[in-house]
Design a protein around this ligand. Structure first.
Ligand code: HAM
Length: 415
């Protein structure tokens, strides 16, 4: 019987994981430059946390179960609700704004396909305790910097305002409890499916059509003049700040609805068209959640990058990761020098040099191959020159080699 990993999950073998860790490091570095600090929350939470305000889309994908103590538990489908819970529990008195970032796996019971997994990774950030256009601009600017830092070329950032749609939906007579259902259809631009729902609620045909037209307000910054109410002025401010920060590759799209239910104002998404159906690589916006978890109402803005998807988009754009490898591979030419070779590898490691050595009694030819497969920069060959207190240092890239006194190898490799 062969056991595979569960559907929609993956093993990350060393080559893949090294690459992922390197790109995760790039994102961490951007977060650090923007003044964010890291936070970690549990992978599972009380199910209630996600049920309260996630919206129907996420709910039907929730991995929920009873634990042995009969508690309702869920694997986190996203991390915002958990971060807000942690804020209410332990950070609410800290000076505002609170800027945190996180990286970790999330779980959604979706139908797996390219770019869509049941276990996937998000790199996200939340700014809590501020409700200004500057806050929203800061979040979008960091998302944009992260995408750029990874080297992705072909992507689009679309900014909308869910408050405008929510207001319009309320104005035309849709009751609160049916708003999410209508928004879900608008999100996917499924107007034919939205029409009968609105009709059943009693919304006038012309109001329904005007609502669809509103979600089709798409274009450059100039369409902001068509955004009704204060939202237009607000988004103009956000865009002005972004402009000063050099973030100009933006589109306005009032049809950005988001799959989660907690957003209240500005919302945004980034997509990489190269990914086809699952092209959304990042999503976020402003929201309030803390009042649902027993805290005061605190305005926040955040986003999460779909780490797996953005890596897939980079791969499709031909961005190649080069394996780092080790610094030195120590090779004993014969059994006579084998034990001394272990003494030398130990010295290198102690000096902070990444060094490996053959432990399978291989002859020099095969050991040299191992030096290649570990992508070592140098081979340290321990042969008869050891009687003179020297080893042979071979540059694996150029093939050049020279004799080096044993107590100078560390310095030589460091240089
Ligand atoms: P979300 O749009 O549901 O937002 O997820 C963020 C990103 O996670 C998506 O844009 C997508 O790239 C990735 N993603 C979602 N589902 C999957 C999946 N099944 N497989 C692979 N990638 C996936 C949130 O989760 C919000 N918490 C973002 C946020 C933070 N809003 C405010 N703060």
């Amino acid at each position: 019987m062969s056991i595979q990993c569960p559907r929609g999950t993956r093993d990350f073998l060393p080559d893949e994981l090294e690459k992922r860790r390197a790109y995760e490091g790039t994102l961490r570095e951007v977060a650090r430059r923007f003044g964010f600090r890291e936070i970690e929350t549990p992978i599972f939470e009380e199910a209630e946390l996600f049920i309260l305000r996630s919206g129907p889309g996420v709910l039907k994908e929730l991995y929920a179960f009873k634990d042995k103590g009969d508690r309702d538990i869920a694997l986190r489908p996203e991390m915002t609700a958990a971060v807000v819970r942690a804020f209410v529990n332990g950070m609410s008195n800290d000076p505002k704004p609170i800027k945190v970032f996180y990286f970790g796996q999330c779980f959604r019971y979706e139908r797996p396909q390219a770019g869509r997994y049941r276990e996937f990774f998000q790199f996200g950030a939340e700014i809590m305790g501020s409700a200004t256009p500057e806050t929203d601009a800061e979040a979008i600017a960091m998302a944009s910097s992260m995408i750029k830092a990874l080297g992705l070329k072909n992507y689009k950032i679309r900014i909308g305002h869910i408050g405008v749609l929510r207001q319009r939906i309320a104005d035309i007579g849709v009751p609160k409890e049916r708003t999410a259902e209508v928004l879900q259809k608008l999100d996917k631009k499924l107007y034919d499916e939205a029409r009968p729902i609105l009709k059943e609620i009693g919304v006038k045909d012309e109001d329904a059509e005007a609502l669809f037209e509103l979600t089709e307000t798409v274009g450059g910054v100039e369409v902001l003049s068509k955004v009704p109410g204060e939202a237009g002025t607000y988004l103009q401010e956000v865009v002005d700040y972004l402009d000063r920060m050099g973030v100009r590759d933006l589109e306005i799209d009032l049809g950005v609805v988001r799959g989660l239910d907690y957003y209240t104002g500005m919302v945004f998404e980034a997509e990489a068209p190269v990914l086809g159906a699952e092209k959304q690589i990042c999503g976020g916006g402003s929201y309030t959640l803390s009042e649902l978890f027993g805290g005061d109402k605190v305005f926040s803005t955040g986003f999460a990058i779909g780490f797996d998807r953005i890596l897939l988009a980079m791969e499709k754009e031909g961005i190649v990761y080069e394996r780092k490898g080790i610094d030195a591979y120590v090779i004993a030419v014969s059994d006579e020098t084998r034990k001394d070779a272990f003494g030398i590898v130990a010295k290198l490691r102690e000096a902070g040099i990444a060094a490996d050595i053959d432990i399978m009694g291989r002859k020099i030819g095969k050991a040299m191959k191992s030096a290649n497969t570990t992508c070592s920069r140098y081979a340290v060959i321990v042969g008869e020159e050891l009687s003179r207190g020297c080893v042979t240092l071979k540059d694996m890239q150029s093939g050049e080699q020279c004799e080096v006194p044993v107590d100078e190898i560390v310095a030589k490799i460091r240089n």
